[in-house]
Design a protein around this ligand. Structure first.
Ligand SMILES: C[S@@+](CC[C@H](N)C(=O)[O-])C[C@H]1O[C@@H](n2cnc3c(N)ncnc32)[C@H](O)[C@@H]1O
Length: 216
């Protein structure tokens, strides 16, 4: 894609987001993922990890209303969204994870993660940090926050570590799809994973690492 076409595409989703009242262009990535993989059902409980400024939470909330609920966590403050319960905290911190479990109080149907570290420009660092953060989101699934049979949707930065991460997901979910929605820039190294049919109940992270063969 030429630079001009890339810019036009970015501008298109930017204008659409303003027109439709979404807080981010990323909203369209989640919409396109849902259209392809049928992620949300009315009445679902959803946890949005790395949620600010809130575009994904807005989209998820729209799909699960009127009976569903969205919880959103971010290290940064997020302006309130109607019917979305926002929690501020570092989700890789065990204390925050405990707080999250207490606030939610039950397991959810879908965990979505668009989490991303602050970009340094050093690709291997950014990639490793992004995978680490996404692992922390997966850790929430295995810690009992995701229902058996539930779905996990996450962004990944392409690099040496993403294949192992997907291999591990395949041991925890019945089906795992990878996809690059149209709203994601062609040249960008991000792509998305939709994992369905969580096969585990609550399980200790260490035990999960043993089971999936993770060394860390
Ligand atoms: C790409 S943005 C998410 C955009 C969002 N999906 C939307 O549509 O508005 C990634 C987010 O991950 C958050 N994040 C990064 N590290 C985090 C951490 N340790 N705990 C919680 N959130 C984190 C960032 O603050 C940032 O808001």
């Amino acid at each position: 894609m030429t630079h001009r076409r890339k810019t036009r595409k970015r501008e298109f989703y930017y204008r659409e987001a303003i027109r439709e009242g979404y807080r981010s262009r990323s909203s369209y990535k989640l919409k396109q993922l849902h259209e392809k993989f049928d992620i949300f059902k009315v009445g679902n409980l959803v946890l949005d990890v790395g949620a600010a400024p809130g575009g994904w939470s807005q989209v998820a909330s729209m799909y699960v209303q009127p009976a569903g609920r969205v919880y959103a966590i971010d290290i940064d403050y997020m302006d309130p969204i109607e019917k979305v319960i926002a929690i501020q905290g570092d989700m890789s911190d065990p204390e925050t994870r405990k707080r999250l479990k207490t606030i939610i109080g039950e397991s959810v149907d879908v965990i979505i993660s668009d989490i991303s570290p602050k970009i340094t420009g050093n690709w291997s660092t950014d990639h490793a940090r992004q995978i680490f953060l996404t692992e922390q989101a997966l850790r929430l699934c295995v810690a009992g926050l995701l229902k058996r049979g539930g779905k996990f949707v996450c962004k990944l930065f392409m690099g040496d570590l993403h294949e192992d991460f997907i291999k591990n997901l395949k041991k925890l979910f019945t089906v795992v799809y990878t996809y690059k929605p149209k709203a994601s820039r062609k040249g960008s190294a991000e792509f998305y994973v939709v994992a369905k049919g969580f096969t585990k109940g609550p399980i200790k992270w260490k035990k999960m690492q043993e089971q999936t063969g993770e060394k860390k």
